[in-house]
Write a protein that binds this ligand. Structure first.
Ligand code: GLY
Length: 287
């Protein structure tokens, strides 16, 4: 069994952006799935998320929403379901692919999370090229920022995967919410909130309103529910619990330890794609 699920954010995706979201998710899933043929679940989720960080359609890497000072500040998390190790970066600038820096944190340091300037120093130390932060700003987002931003947008990109050895992994990356205050960190880089993976249960990746996701530790909640339920039921229940307890909306993708795929959202739309044993589906799900 090999499976990958990716999402490109859960929010009221405008009609004129739907095709790009489907195309980007589909391509990310294909690239991640390719890595499953010769690599691990970790390789696959990193590859898929890197693709979406580079695609300006999505709120991650280049094309991210801008904070209230017109700057890009990025968060990312990667989780290994075999070891329960994870790597995270929060509030970073000048990093084109924060998910790869998060993987470096997981695999090359004794720590789990780096923030701000220290994360940049680590990137330099491992030979990652820093960009000028303005290179991450897309003209569409500058225009939005000049108009005062847009409300009710919660976006992020994410991927979960199962490799042929049954190992699970999850990864998420985001520019956070539009017009966020400088230094604000949401759910994405927080273990159990933005993503979680445990080979014995499943892997899940969140998107949505970070301040609500953190309050219910959404991804871990979904994975815990997989002890008794398959992925499609677990993600739905976790999101309905979040809505009931906090009023917050969001989306989840998941794969459970038996290879069942789940996706659900309480927002009006969510972009996603999956490939399971070669069968592909890419869509913007609409409620
Ligand atoms: N879910 C992304 C954020 O709130 O930052």
């Amino acid at each position: 069994m090999r499976a990958i699920v990716v999402h490109g954010g859960a929010w009221s995706i405008p009609d004129d952006a739907v095709d790009d979201h489907i195309k980007g998710c589909r391509e990310a899933a294909i690239r991640g799935y390719e890595r499953l043929k010769d690599g691990s679940a970790i390789d696959a989720v990193e590859e898929a998320v890197r693709y979406m960080e580079d695609d300006p359609t999505f709120d991650a890497g280049y094309g991210s929403f801008l904070n209230s000072e017109g700057e890009v500040e990025l968060d990312a998390l990667i989780v290994d379901g075999k070891s329960l190790r994870f790597g995270a970066v929060a509030g970073v600038k000048r990093i084109k692919n924060p998910i790869s820096l998060a993987r470096t944190v997981m695999e090359k340091t004794e720590h789990h999370m780096f923030v701000g300037e220290g994360a940049e120093k680590l990137a330099v130390k491992i030979g990652m090229k820093l960009c000028d932060n303005s290179e991450l700003v897309h003209p569409r987002e500058l225009e939005r920022w000049r108009k005062g931003g847009i409300k009710d947008i919660f976006s992020t990109v994410g991927a979960v995967a199962m490799d042929s050895d049954g190992n699970l992994a999850a990864a998420v990356s985001t520019g956070g919410t539009p017009m966020k205050l400088p230094g604000r960190v949401g759910d994405t880089p927080l273990i159990g909130c933005g993503a979680y993976a445990d080979n014995l249960l499943g892997a899940a990746a969140s998107t949505g309103y970070g301040e609500a996701i953190m309050r219910v530790v959404l991804a871990k909640k979904a994975v815990d529910l997989m002890e008794k339920k398959s992925a499609p039921f677990a993600v739905k229940e976790a999101l309905l619990i979040m809505k009931e307890k906090t009023g917050g909306l969001g989306g989840l993708i998941a794969v459970d330890s038996r290879g069942n795929i789940g996706f659900y959202h309480t927002t009006s739309r969510m972009a996603f794609a999956y490939i399971r044993n070669g069968d592909i589906r890419a869509s913007v799900s609409i409620f």
